[in-house]
Design a protein around this ligand. Structure first.
Ligand code: ITT
Length: 193
């Protein structure tokens, strides 16, 4: 089976992506002995995805891919965006992040938002990017126990439940990450490499 390194410390992302790449042995940072706090100092999803993938390739000499993702809320001018993980400060706390979003959207009627994922793949010294998005709205309170991060307050368009109320398979069939990984798979299965 083809082995591929996924440069993430996020166990939820890893689980979602592994399920979408059944024909690959998807190896995590922990699996290659990397416990570093990889700097994410860029101001775009593309920049941070490239930083994470380049870090692994430079330090370990391995081809790999990374995922930088986040939630953009129109009424907050695109925030939390690239700061999604640490929106309510350090250490990362998803409940506090959700509380902060709900607080800032109190009384706001435009609740349009989208999740974005950018995957950076480094293969044989070349970088490739794959983007996925999903449009939706922000609920006024949490609902559901599944998923991670902002899933309990994100309702994708066309559904009356949140990502946290969907099975992982259902979420991945329409999600930002699912859409980006589909493009990655198409690329890996094509003749590019
Ligand atoms: P790695 O950098 O180690 O991959 P991370 O959690 O730090 O993991 P990001 O820097 O890409 O990942 O930050 C993504 C944040 O955006 C994440 O912590 C969540 O708050 C949010 N997020 C991303 N994808 C999400 C999803 O599918 N559902 C809910 N929230 C999500």
């Amino acid at each position: 089976m083809n082995r591929i390194v996924f440069a993430t410390n996020n166990a939820h992302k890893l689980e979602e992506v592994r399920a979408l790449l059944p024909d690959y042995e998807v190896v995590s940072l922990a699996d290659i002995g990397c416990y570093d706090d990889i700097p994410e100092t860029a101001t775009t999803f593309y920049g941070n995805a490239a930083l994470k993938a380049n870090y692994v390739t430079t330090k370990y000499g391995l081809d790999c891919f990374s995922d930088d993702s986040g939630l953009e809320i129109d009424a907050l001018n695109g925030a939390p965006g690239v700061f999604s993980a640490r929106f309510a400060g350090e250490p990362v706390d998803h409940d506090n992040n959700i509380r902060k979003v709900l607080e800032e959207l109190k009384g706001v009627t435009n609740r349009n938002a989208r999740f974005i994922t950018v995957i950076a793949l480094i293969r044989n010294g070349e970088s490739y990017f794959f983007e996925g998005t999903v449009e939706g709205t922000i609920r006024t309170e949490k609902s559901g126990e599944g998923g991670f991060g902002y899933d309990p307050i994100f309702q994708p368009n066309g559904y009356d439940i949140t990502f946290a109320e969907m099975s992982q398979d259902k979420k991945s069939s329409i999600s930002h990450r699912g859409n980006a990984v589909k493009k990655l798979v198409q690329f890996l299965e094509s003749d590019h490499i």
